[in-house]
Design a binder for this molecule. Structure first.
Ligand code: SF4
Length: 211
């Protein structure tokens, strides 16, 4: 299987169910949910993110909230202590150093606590419809299981390889789609292989079923 065909096949299969991942109505809400989203299920990001946005109306109020309170509010989400600290630090930085204005470059975005390269790219693609290869753990797991990349491939190598094979105008949507497939079907633990049409190309599937 070649990558382009895989992406086309996913697009066909999930065209009616695929979502970009976040509901948001402001920059503030988007930044909160991006920070919460690391290694977390979408429904928990939504619930915890919505609660934070409803309780703390802006960066200033979130930066002044007690860490204990923030932790308590986002407790259902994984790594809640780490994420509570990131939320508070990000809010402080955006309020004090950015005057509440979110920058529009990756270079500036990754200075915000809790926003790494992946989140910066996601922000830019959602906000400005830029074309970014968004490499996250789900994207890598799927491509590794299907033998497109190896476990020790560096993100920069994956990005260059991906760009050489996939049209630039679908970099964001296609990489998000692969990640979506990883979140919905090709789960880290207990992937739903019975629902997957790519079994014959899959290292993971053959290693489990040929034991
Ligand atoms: S067969 Fe299973 S492990 Fe392999 S790609 Fe499909 S869902 Fe993932």
């Amino acid at each position: 299987m070649v990558l382009k065909k895989f992406v086309e096949s996913l697009s066909d299969e999930y065209k009616n169910s695929y979502t970009e991942g976040f509901n948001y109505s402001s920059d503030y809400e988007l930044i909160i949910k991006l920070i919460l989203s690391a290694r977390a299920l979408e429904n928990k990001v939504e619930t915890s993110g919505n609660l934070i946005v409803s309780l703390y109306k802006d960066y200033k109020s979130l930066s002044l909230a007690s860490l204990d309170d923030i932790e308590e509010k986002i407790k259902p989400i994984g790594f809640f202590k780490q994420k509570a600290l990131r939320l508070k630090k990000a809010a402080f930085y955006i309020f004090n150093s950015l005057n509440n204005k979110i920058p529009n470059t990756s270079y500036e975005l990754i200075k915000i606590p809790g926003i790494g390269v992946k989140s910066a790219r996601k922000y830019l693609s959602l906000k400005f419809h830029t074309q970014e290869v968004i490499i996250d753990t789900h994207f890598k797991r799927v491509l590794e299981r299907l033998n497109f990349i190896s476990s020790n491939s560096k993100n920069s190598e994956i990005e260059n390889w991906y760009k050489s094979l996939i049209s630039q105008n679908i970099h964001s949507s296609s990489s998000n789609l692969i990640s979506y497939f990883g979140k919905k079907i090709c789960l880290n633990q207990k992937p739903k292989c019975h629902l997957c049409q790519y079994k014959t190309f899959c290292n993971f599937f053959s290693s489990v079923h040929n034991r």
